[in-house]
Write a protein of this length. Structure first.
Length: 324
């Protein structure tokens, strides 16, 4: 048994959390763990109140079996909201956990997957977004090695030697959309330490590299390597394929995901109790209920999608259909 953690707060994430919770209950009815939605409390690091206050949303999330997990932001807050996932982990019960980004649909039984929680891993559904080496250096090897050396980690053991030198896939790099481990306490403390130290003192090798929004994805491979993990085994291939979909933004879901994912999304979204809440969020109203998502879908051939996500975004924007 394991628990699931996602982040929820006022605005877009509260509506995404409804779809996540509903899809978990619909497509993994045998799941015996707890679904925690970590919600940051207001405080000096927030320039607004991040809590979910809408009564209809809170009632629906409770009906779907989600448990709110309030926590105080002591390191990130408004300046880096991606840091929520880093700070929230240690507030979980000390049991195996799977973190999911809130913009995830569960499309198959996660509880049936053979997780080895003693060997942490994370999503490989990523592009080579970081680092972006300067023409005159340092390169991928020098940048990543500087981080492994800083934390006393074995850089050589992290490499995929089937990939060429100075090619981004040679280096351990994940999407932070899902990751797991047996100990929230150890994982969360390690994640917070590594991320905080990198943010405070990037070092010479990172001097020309952007840390925002990439800080979580810079620290994550170091955490996983430090705790004895690595790239996910083939046995977890159902994540990001048949059993979960990290859809990112609704126009991108309609642009690139399978007919099965779209059908499951719309079946959930049109349940009366869910539609009553989601229609109140303009991007979802436009994409799902006003059927603009179908117009986005007609712009693309799923068998021949653009190689880069940015190209998809540009096509959707030119058609006047982009929404966040």
């Amino acid at each position: 048994m394991f628990n699931i953690l996602a982040i929820a707060q006022s605005g877009r994430l509260q509506y995404e959390a409804i779809l996540l919770a509903a899809s978990l209950r619909a497509h993994d009815p045998a799941f015996k763990g707890r679904l925690f939605l970590a919600t940051p409390n207001p405080g000096p690091l927030w320039d607004h109140d991040p809590r979910i206050t809408d009564a209809a949303t809170l009632s629906l999330l409770a009906d779907l079996g989600a448990e709110l997990l309030p926590f105080d932001s002591r390191h990130f807050g408004s300046s880096y909201p991606y840091g929520n996932k880093i700070e929230a982990i240690t507030h979980l019960p000390e049991e195996p956990f799977l973190f999911l980004d809130t913009d995830t649909l569960v499309t198959g039984p996660l509880s049936a997957l053979p997780f080895d929680f003693a060997r942490p891993s994370a999503s490989m559904k990523r592009e080579g977004t970081w680092p972006q080496p300067d023409l005159y250096g340092p390169g991928y090897t020098d940048i990543w090695k500087s981080l492994y050396d800083r934390f006393g980690l074995d850089f050589a053991a992290s490499l995929d030697l089937s990939q060429p030198d100075e090619y981004w896939q040679r280096y351990l790099y994940f999407n932070a959309g899902w990751f797991f481990h047996e100990s929230p306490r150890r994982f969360g403390k390690t994640f917070l330490r590594f991320a905080s130290e990198i943010a405070a003192h990037p070092g010479a090798a990172l001097a020309c590299q952007s840390l925002d929004p990439w800080l979580d994805q810079i620290a994550l491979p170091l955490v996983i390597h430090a705790l004895g993990g690595g790239r996910p085994p083939a046995s977890l291939g159902a994540l990001d394929t048949t059993h979960s979909c990290h859809w990112r933004l609704m126009p991108l879901l309609y642009a690139r995901e399978s007919d099965d994912v779209v059908a499951k999304l719309e079946a959930l979204a049109h349940r009366p109790e869910i539609a009553a809440v989601l229609r109140g969020y303009p991007p979802f109203k436009r994409m799902i209920y006003q059927q603009k998502g179908a117009e986005v879908r007609a712009l693309f051939d799923r068998a021949n999608l653009p190689r880069k996500e940015q190209a998809m975004r540009n096509t959707i924007k030119r058609a006047g259909l982009w929404t966040r």
